[in-house]
Design a protein around this ligand. Structure first.
Ligand code: NAP
Length: 294
């Protein structure tokens, strides 16, 4: 069994990006600049956004964190988005999700300039991804693809089962795995809460990508030997540690890993890859803007 080490791979990617940023600044350009907007005080969201800002510093990017209060209106957030669209010194930005319930997420995401949409959530970018055109692919699915690519996991002709159909993970990774690409060229099944026979599907799967958010959902009796398992789930489960919780995935790792050819751990699998791919998307946004220099 081989561990798909997202922590190491993401550090490799960050070193590659840092090297490129060094070249950019040495040639007299400003460094790439990533901004993040967060509305409210959700603990997990603040942690995620904090890690993204820290990662920017690590690779030599400029970063801007815009913290808005919970009571920010949809119009106020739209104004902020418009300002970021116009700000020429910012190459890409993200609006951290989830947003408070009084703000319509789609309205906000639709207002983001697709050229600065480094999260790849805008319909223009999602559509381009589906057609295998150059675009920003959202960070978690592209992190999974990058991990499979760097570990040379064979996907062509394999049966891939994706668990979960969210717009940010399940749906896009199911599309990417079915594209005429490598990694890709898989025969994909997308399962969700209305799927009646999940165990029958997973027992036939060569590759399982789980994005449910249900701890220990995937158990060893649901898999065949030699399966590749990618665990996207991140759930905070209360424990007696100083933090008061631990992070667990969707997979019963201890037992499932014994049957796998490859598996991602949680933490240290898909999570760190997500941040690395966000940084990579921002480098792409910078290069697109300064295309005459590259
Ligand atoms: P989500 O929006 O929370 O949706 C969960 C999906 O699971 C839905 O499609 C739902 O089906 C399906 N589902 C729920 N219960 C099910 C069941 N019993 N059987 C089969 N399917 C079921 O998904 P998400 O935002 O992609 O998040 C999923 C997990 O990934 C969470 O733990 C999240 O924290 C984690 N995550 C991790 C990263 C990372 O960087 N590693 C990034 C994003 C998300 P319906 O559509 O029918 O409701």
């Amino acid at each position: 069994m081989i561990i798909l080490d997202g922590k190491k791979t993401s550090n490799d990617i960050k070193s590659e990006i840092a090297e490129e940023v060094k070249k950019i600044t040495e040639s007299g350009n400003r460094p790439p600049h990533l901004a993040a907007v967060i509305v409210g005080n959700d603990g997990a969201s603040l942690t995620y956004v904090g890690s993204k800002v820290k990662a920017c510093e690590k690779v030599g990017y400029e970063s801007t964190l815009i913290k808005l209060p919970d009571e920010t209106t949809e119009d106020e957030l739209l104004n902020q988005v418009e300002e970021l669209n116009k700000n020429d010194s910012i190459d890409g930005y993200i609006v951290q999700l989830p947003l408070p319930s009084h703000i319509d997420t789609q309205t906000i995401l639709m207002a983001v300039d697709p050229d600065k949409d480094v999260d790849g959530f805008h319909p223009t970018n999602f559509g381009k991804m589906s057609l295998n055109l150059p675009t920003f692919i959202s960070a978690t699915p592209s992190g999974i693809i990058e991990l499979l690519k760097r570990y040379k996991v064979q996907t062509e002709g394999k049966n891939t089962v994706v668990l979960g159909r969210s717009d940010i993970v399940g749906k896009p990774i199911s599309i990417l795995m079915g594209l005429k690409t490598n990694p890709g060229n898989s025969t994909v099944t997308l399962a969700h809460s209305r799927t009646s026979n999940i165990k029958n599907l997973t027992l036939e799967a060569d590759i399982i990508i789980s994005a449910l958010g249900i701890p220990n959902f995937l158990k060893e009796d649901m898999l065949k030997k030699g399966v590749v398992v990618v665990d996207v789930g991140i759930t905070r489960v209360p424990d007696n540690s100083e933090k008061g919780y631990k992070i667990v995935g969707d997979v019963d790792y201890e037992n499932v890993s014994k049957k796998c050819s490859y598996i991602t751990p949680v933490p240290g699998g898909v999570g760190p890859m997500t941040i690395a791919m966000l940084l990579k998307n921002n480098l792409k946004a910078f290069k697109n803007k300064h295309s005459s220099c590259f």
